[in-house]
Design a protein around this ligand. Structure first.
Ligand code: NDP
Ligand code: 8X3
Length: 252
């Protein structure tokens, strides 16, 4: 059965994707920093779906650690068919002039550079196989910009651009590249963005129904299961209550 590698598998979209792919019989590589969460998910997937999993606790910002983690994969697990580059975060929501540069570093290092390191580690095997699918989780923030979104939006615009560039360069190797751009979805995203302030985080999702992690997992799975001749280039999905980055219709 095919192998899927999911970064950011300990929460939100990544966790929901792991459940979705495992239910369909995929073998799953679970990558994130919080090993105890990955271990618990691994046990759940193996028990519920009878598929093998591989737990890869790694910080995608650490280029050397990423390289070693993929080099140390047993040969069987190196044959990755689908890579879901999903690990990412927003750190803070401040006007540019008020923002903490440490937050910029965290977003650029994770959302862009982490994605580069992981992709660089996986692409050689896909090239040898002359097949593979890279699914990058960008964002509506990778297509539009909103106030106080400056560097997060820039990092996700970079992901969208990189999806296009990867598609061009990997074309001769029959490697598909899909860019996924979700709007507002309730996960741990806002809790991380607001540094543990649960009240502030819950306000983001009040008064309307945001996307659920399973919605994004469904779309990722759909993209990954198209026939070999077909690639979904870009998918944008929004909650019904959202029309664009700045406009959400909230019930009072
Ligand atoms: P969550 O915070 O729920 O999940 C983020 C995941 O990324 C976690 O598993 C986390 O694992 C992992 N991660 C973060 N930093 C690192 C790192 N340095 N190394 C390895 N793993 C890391 O958020 P979402 O599920 O919502 O976010 C997933 C992706 O979707 C992100 O790229 C986000 O920008 C994007 N997105 C989110 C939207 C939303 O509204 N929620 C909308 C559009 C896009 P751990 O902490 O264990 O390392
Ligand atoms: C996350 C969605 O619009 O809150 O990418 O930045 S948004």
């Amino acid at each position: 059965m095919a192998i899927v590698c999911i970064t950011g598998a300990s929460s939100g979209f990544g966790r929901a994707s792991a459940l979705k792919f495992a239910a369909a019989g995929y073998q799953v590589i679970l990558c994130a920093r919080r090993k105890e969460r990955l271990d618990a998910l691994s046990e759940q997937l193996e028990k519920s779906f009878g598929i093998p999993t591989y737990v890869m606790p790694v910080d995608v910002r650490d280029a050397a650690a990423v390289k070693i983690a993929f080099e140390q994969l047993p040969d069987h697990w190196k044959q990755i068919d689908v890579l879901i580059n999903n690990a990412g975060l927003a750190a803070g929501r401040d006007a540019f002039q008020d923002a903490n540069p440490d937050d910029w570093e965290a977003m650029i290092d994770t959302n862009l550079k982490g994605l580069l390191y992981v992709t660089k580690a996986v692409v050689p095997t896909m090239m040898q196989q002359r097949s593979g699918h890279i699914i990058n989780v960008s964002s509506l923030a990778g297509r539009e910009v909103y106030p106080q979104g400056n560097v997060y939006c820039a990092s996700k615009h970079a992901v969208t651009a990189l999806s296009k560039g990867l598609r061009m360069d990997l074309l001769p190797y029959r490697i598909k590249v899909t860019n996924i751009s979700p709007g507002l979805a309730e996960t741990e995203f806002s809790l991380v963005r607001f540094k543990g302030d649960a009240d502030k985080a819950s306000q983001v999702y009040a008064g309307y129904e945001p996307l659920h992690p399973e919605d994004i997992a469904d779309v990722i799975f759909f993209a990954a299961t198209r026939p070999p001749h077909m690639n979904l280039e870009e998918i944008t999905l929004l909650p019904t209550a959202q029309s664009d980055s700045r406009t959400v219709y909230k019930e009072q």
